[in-house]
Structure formats: structure tokens, C-alpha cells
Design a protein around this ligand. Structure first.
Ligand code: NAP
Ligand code: MG
Length: 483
């Protein structure tokens, strides 16, 4: 694969360096299953070197910048990202198997994060607090120092954007551990950051293996904060590792997010959203709406209408830019298929599927989108995050039952409510266990401005929007006595 930087190196302290033990990992193209290159595999020593480089940047040129100067660098980087849209799109298509237009949308989202936080950098400030007559009290928002960012493979650019960019705006120096299967656009981010003029060490990218580079980073004594996006199990390990040094963490974990459709909803508007919200990125989306709860009066009609959308969907290589691309890996495909086999064995009924096109290469990790009914809400298909192109439809009779079903998993990330009844809308907003609730919509096209995060097994802390900046800073209270 032709890239303007050496993919097999790590980006540490403003330089491309090989891993200390010379090891690399293969880059697999999920559309073909073929190996198309190699990335570096950061060792524990490399992670240590990246943290040291970040500390040096904080004590040097990066730490000396004003907030508006940091904003200007982010703004320059935003423009550079947009100017390299085609390169970044190609990398993501080859590395992650995203259909071209979805990969391109991720580039635009990354640029938008940079633009948003460029503007926010010099608008983050403390407060003055009225206190005793002979005191002046104020608060300072200070960066944590070196922040760690551990990124999954499903939206490398978007998740790096929301995790890393806010931290930089707030004045932290960052060390990023992208996912093994999807590191190329993170490396490209390092490459572009140099062109934007970021001081050496402000941004460090150390691809590698989770249990090695990721574990070293999250348990490192010199970091001030960990922002993790990924699975529940790894999130718990990260929080435990960080706890050894009392380091705060943000956990963006999985979900089993419902959309609740009442019989008074605008069905024509809802239908395409119900499906798209579940199948975007072949269902490999933390906020995927994998459960559709439908009032029994309209249940059969909705299932039939969703089925006809499913039957039009085509799956194929990312370069063909169809509705769905492949899953990320053979492992992920096997995981999804096992889940579905088990569900069918316990009575779940597959009512519609999409189609894998004939041109799809043999070695690609394709799974056709599948819609299920007759699923017991307590069964794994309705409880666990499948992370594949699968939705279940569950009927309900009463509003109270809908809420109980919606809240009936360990997760609480996103929920959608489709009804024209304003009283019901606001009742449900308060009752639903979720970090984001959409009324008569779902997802709002990503919404860089909208605080995002979960509750329960979906994690804690908020990223995106201005709110994220509070998480990427620590508060200092200053009480000045007048004497
Ligand atoms: P994952 O297995 O948890 O991995 C996420 C990241 O953690 C990867 O970079 C991984 O490295 C690293 N890692 C693995 N073990 C580690 C350890 N012991 N210590 C430190 N780091 C470690 O998740 P995934 O399968 O890549 O991604 C899918 C999951 O992410 C889903 O559960 C999904 O819901 C969740 N997700 C959540 C959000 C959200 O905002 N709430 C967004 C997107 C995805 P390797 O690549 O080497 O394994
Ligand atoms: Mg790959």
C-alpha cells in the first residue's frame, strides 16, 4: 500500500521510530482477507518513551502555548485533514473495510471535531465564586498532563477525533493506542499534525497489542487520565489498571440501544431510520440501535416494512461502496454467526436478510444483514451486544412495558422514541436509562456538539461537545484572603 509515511513505524516525540524490538503486526484488508502491509508493534519500552516525550512537550513548547494558539493548531490540522480526504478515505477503506462514502464521512467528522475544539480551546474557563467579604475565590481548569487514549477499530477517525482532540484543546499531551486492526488513519493523524506545526511530543501514536501496549499505557504511573472506548470487559481492566495510581478514566463501552415506536408515530419517517440506525457500519457501532420495540397494533406492519428495506440491502467490498461492507475480521464474523446460530436454535425467527453480492471476494468477512422476531427479551440476542448487522423487533402493549423492555439490559447508551404525544415523550425521556435520548430521530448524524456517553455497562464520563472539556481538565479552587 502506498502511503506518504512509513506505516511500520511509531510516531513518538515528533519522529517516526521503529518499535524497540523491531516487531510489527500485519495490516489486513477486511474486504479481501489479504495482508496489505505492516504496522509497528509498540513494546512496553516504546509506550514508556511516548509518555516521556509527552511529558517533555508539556514542560516545553506545547505546555507554553496559550489556549488560542492551541486552537489555531487544531484549526490548521482540521484544514489539513480535509485537504487529505482522499488519502484518509483510501486508508480507511483498505484497513477497516468501510464503504467509501462512510469512510469519507468519518474524515469529515474528524475535521469537524478539530474545528469544534479549535474554537472551544480559548473558551474554557473557571469561575469566580462569591464567598466571605474578605476573600476572592476562583477556579482554574488545568490539563491532567499526559492523557492516554485507547481506541477501538470500528470508527478509528471519529473516536480518535472525539477522544484526542478535546484533550489537546484543554492543553494535555496525548499518547494514542489505536486498535491493532485499524491503526492507519491514527498514524496519518500523527503525520498531518507535524505539518500543522504541533510541537514534538504533543501527539504520540503507538499502535500495538492491547494486552501489551494498551495495558502498559493504562497502568502507567505518569499519565493523568485515560480515555477508553471499547468493550465492557476491557473497560473494567483499564479502570482497574488506572486505579492502581488513582488515575481517572472515561469509559465509552458498548450498548444494546432501543428505539421505541408507538402506534401514533410517523411511520414513513421512522422506517428508514429504524433500519439505518442498526446497520450503519455493518452494525459495528456502539450506539447501533439493535432492538426495535414496537407497539403491537403496528408490529406486523413495521416488521413487513422493515423486511422490505432489508431485502434491498447489498453487502460487498468497501471499494464498491454498497450499503454494507465486511466485518472487521474473521474472528468478528465467527462471533456474530455463533450468536445467530444460537438464537435460531432457541426459536428466534429470521424474517428478512440482505444479499452479499457475487463480486464479494472469498476471503472477505461478509455477513448479510438480518432481521429477527420471536426473540425472548431475556435471551442473548436481545441482551448482548452482537456488533454485527442484526436487529430484533420486540412487541409491547403498554407504555410501561416499553420502558421496562428498553431498560431491561445492563447497558444504557442511546435510546430513540417515536411518538407524536409530547407528554409521553417527556415522561419517557426521564425514565429511560441512556446517556442520549432522541425524540422522533436517532443519532442526529453523529452530532459533534452533543455530549455522548453511557450509564451502567455502557460506561461513564462524557465525550463530545463542550462537556468533554470538563473531563479532560481538573479543577483547582483558589481562595485569596485580602490581607
Ligand atoms: P476492545 O477489544 O475492548 O478493544 C478496544 C481497544 O482496547 C483496542 O485498542 C484494544 O487493543 C485495546 N485493549 C485490549 N485489551 C486491552 C488491555 N488489557 N489493556 C488496554 N487496552 C486493551 O474493543 P473492540 O472489539 O476493538 O471494539 C468494539 C467494542 O467497542 C464494542 O463493545 C463497542 O460497543 C465498543 N465501542 C464503544 C463506543 C462508545 O463510544 N461507547 C464506541 C465504539 C465502540 P487491540 O486492538 O490490540 O485488541
Ligand atoms: Mg485492517
Amino acid at each position: 500500500m502506498l502511503t506518504p509515511f512509513d506505516t511500520s513505524k511509531l510516531w513518538i516525540g515528533g519522529e517516526w521510530v521503529p518499535s524497540s524490538d523491531g516487531r510489527t503486526l500485519p495490516i489486513e484488508n477486511p474486504s479481501s482477507g489479504l495482508t496489505v502491509g505492516a504496522i509497528g508493534r509498540a513494546s512496553r519500552d516504546d509506550v514508556d518513551a511516548a509518555v516521556t516525550a509527552a511529558e517533555r512537550a508539556l514542560n516545553g513548547p506545547w505546555g507554553a502555548l496559550t489556549a488560542f494558539e492551541r486552537g489555531r493548531l487544531l484549526s490548521r490540522l482540521s484544514n489539513l485533514v480535509l485537504a487529505h480526504t482522499e488519502l484518509l478515505t483510501e486508508l480507511e477503506v483498505a484497513d477497516v473495510g468501510k464503504p467509501v462514502s462512510q469512510a469519507r464521512a468519518d474524515v469529515v467528522a474528524l475535521a469537524r471535531y478539530l474545528e469544534f475544539y479549535a474554537g472551544a480551546a480559548d473558551k474554557l474557563h473557571g469561575q469566580t465564586i462569591p464567598f466571605l467579604a474578605d476573600y476572592t475565590v476562583y477556579t482554574l481548569r488545568e490539563p491532567h498532563g499526559v492523557t492516554a487514549h485507547i481506541i477501538p477499530w470500528n470508527y478509528p477517525m471519529q473516536i480518535m477525533g472525539r477522544s484526542v482532540v478535546g484533550a489537546l484543546a484543554a492543553g494535555n499531551a496525548v499518547v494514542v493506542k489505536p486498535a491493532e486492526q485499524a491503526s492507519l488513519t491514527s498514524l496519518a493523524f500523527g503525520w498531518l499534525s507535524q505539518q500543522a506545526g504541533f510541537p514534538a511530543g504533543a501527539i504520540n501514536i503507538v499502535p500495538g497489542v492491547g494486552a501489551e501496549a494498551g495495558a502498559t499505557l493504562s497502568g502507567h504511573p505518569s499519565i493523568g487520565h485515560v480515555s477508553f472506548t471499547g468493550s465492557f470487559d476491557v473497560g473494567v481492566q483499564i479502570q482497574s489498571a488506572a486505579a492502581r495510581h488513582a488515575v481517572p478514566v472515561t469509559l465509552e463501552l458498548g450498548g444494546k440501544s432501543p428505539q421505541i415506536l408507538f402506534d401514533d408515530a410517523d411511520l414513513e419517517t421512522a422506517l428508514p431510520v429504524l433500519v439505518r440506525a442498526g446497520l450503519q457500519n455493518a452494525g459495528q457501532t456502539c450506539s447501533a440501535s439493535s432492538r426495535i420495540l414496537v407497539h403491537r397494533r403496528v408490529h406486523d406492519h413495521v416488521v413487513e416494512a422493515m423486511s422490505s428495506i432489508y431485502r434491498t440491502l447489498r453487502v460487498g467490498p468497501a471499494s464498491a461502496d454498497l450499503d454494507l461492507g465486511p466485518l472487521i475480521s474473521a474472528t468478528q464474523k465467527i462471533r456474530v454467526e455463533r450468536h445467530l446460530d444460537a438464537a435460531r436454535a432457541t426459536g428466534a425467527k429470521q424474517v428478512a436478510t440482505g444479499r452479499i453480492v457475487d463480486e464479494a471476494p472469498e476471503g472477505g468477512h461478509y455477513v448479510a444483514p438480518q432481521l429477527y422476531t420471536h426473540v425472548n427479551p431475556r435471551e442473548p440476542l436481545a441482551q448482548e451486544e452482537i456488533f454485527g448487522p442484526v436487529q430484533v423487533v420486540l412487541p409491547f402493549d403498554e407504555e410501561e412495558e416499553a420502558v421496562r423492555l428498553a431498560n431491561g439490559t445492563p447497558y444504557g447508551l442511546v435510546a430513540g422514541v417515536w411518538t407524536r404525544d409530547a407528554g409521553r415523550q417527556h415522561r419517557l425521556v426521564r425514565q429511560l436509562k441512556a446517556g442520549q435520548v432522541f425524540l422522533n430521530d436517532y443519532g442526529a448524524a453523529g452530532g459533534v456538539e452533543l455530549p455522548f456517553g453511557g450509564t451502567g455497562h455502557s460506561g461513564h464520563g462524557r465525550e463530545k461537545g463542550f462537556e468533554a472539556l470538563y473531563g479532560f481538565t481538573k479543577l483547582k479552587t483558589v481562595a485569596a484572603r485580602h490581607r
